[in-house]
Design a binder for this molecule. Structure first.
Ligand SMILES: NC(=O)c1ccc[n+]([C@@H]2O[C@H](COP(=O)([O-])OP(=O)(O)OC[C@H]3O[C@@H](n4cnc5c(N)ncnc54)[C@H](OP(=O)(O)O)[C@@H]3O)[C@@H](O)[C@H]2O)c1
Length: 259
């Protein structure tokens, strides 16, 4: 299917690896001109041909730099993909988490999207564009994830619904994708959060990756690939999804058993 995205423009946050990088690849393959932002500009991101911006997206200044660059370099924004998230995640209990950590996780997982959307919306309204926010299945299963992360992501999912309602009449569609377990760089090292999850299950990462699909009820028998999230982003950006707004798509290999 031709998504007719050729020469449209996009901003992707958290674009250096994982879901963000896959999204940049997917959008550039559709002919879009993309600004990709992360603190580290990886060789893989450079190779996509995207305009790259190195910025800390947990800060207001970092987000402003990215959106300003996109307006200058691309002439406007047709699609904003608020992908950046995660952060300093640990499996600490609620009573051990200080305000500083709550604020840090909310800055990265929620306020980055608030700030980027606010800055991009004038252009998105002018061009009848779209926003796609990357939340998490943990927003619906907060007991299974670090509490501050799940809370910030639940707020992000709610924000998507509210923005869809507020800006739909001005031609902007806003949707959310909530991935389950994704085969991304968080499983690259025991020090990463994926390593902590594996350790909590009493396993090393390779054993966890092999056993988790069955243990966690992923009916597809495997983790989600970043490219599978990315292709949904491209579809949601396109006119083919012209009647889709305010939806939260769970992409989790069948893990979530509720309706
Ligand atoms: N992986 C999963 O299983 C999973 C599941 C559900 C939801 N998600 C969500 O999907 C999104 C992407 O996750 P992922 O697994 O693809 O992550 P990832 O592989 O860790 O990649 C994260 C990207 O964001 C960048 N980034 C992180 N902190 C940043 C900051 N402060 N400022 C600018 N860039 C920053 C990273 O580069 P630098 O560190 O160099 O800046 C990197 O490019 C996140 O919102 C995450 O919550 C992931």
């Amino acid at each position: 299917m031709d998504l007719l995205l050729d020469s449209k423009t996009a901003v992707v946050t958290g674009a250096g690896r994982g879901i963000g990088l896959a999204t940049v690849k997917s959008l550039t393959a559709e002919g879009m001109r993309v600004v990709g932002a992360a603190r580290t500009i990886t060789p893989e991101l450079k190779e996509t041909g995207a305009v790259t911006v190195s910025a800390d997206l947990s800060t207001a200044e970092g987000v402003r730099t990215v959106i300003d660059t996109a307006i200058t370099e691309l002439g406007g924004i047709d699609l904003l993909v608020n992908n950046v998230g995660g952060g300093d995640l640990t499996l600490q209990g609620f009573l051990e988490i200080e305000d500083e950590q709550w604020l840090s996780l909310f800055n990265l997982n929620l306020l980055s999207t608030v700030r980027a959307s606010r800055a991009a919306l004038p252009s998105l309204i002018e061009r009848h564009g779209a926003i796609v926010n990357i939340s998490t299945l943990s927003a619906r299963l907060p007991g299974t994830a670090p509490v501050a992360y799940a809370s910030a992501k639940a707020a992000l999912t709610a924000l998507g619904k509210a923005l869809a309602d507020q800006f739909g009449p001005q031609g902007v569609r806003v949707n959310t994708i909530s991935p389950g377990f994704v085969n991304s760089s968080i499983y690259d090292s025991p020090e990463n959060f994926g390593g902590q999850i594996a350790s909590a299950f009493g396993m090393d990462i390779p054993t966890f990756l092999a056993q988790a699909p069955a243990t966690l009820g992923l009916t597809t028998g495997r983790f989600v690939e970043p490219a599978e999230i990315a292709s949904l982003v491209a579809y949601l950006a396109s006119g083919a999804a012209g009647s889709i707004s305010g939806v939260d798509y769970i992409v989790d290999g069948g893990q979530f058993k509720a309706v």
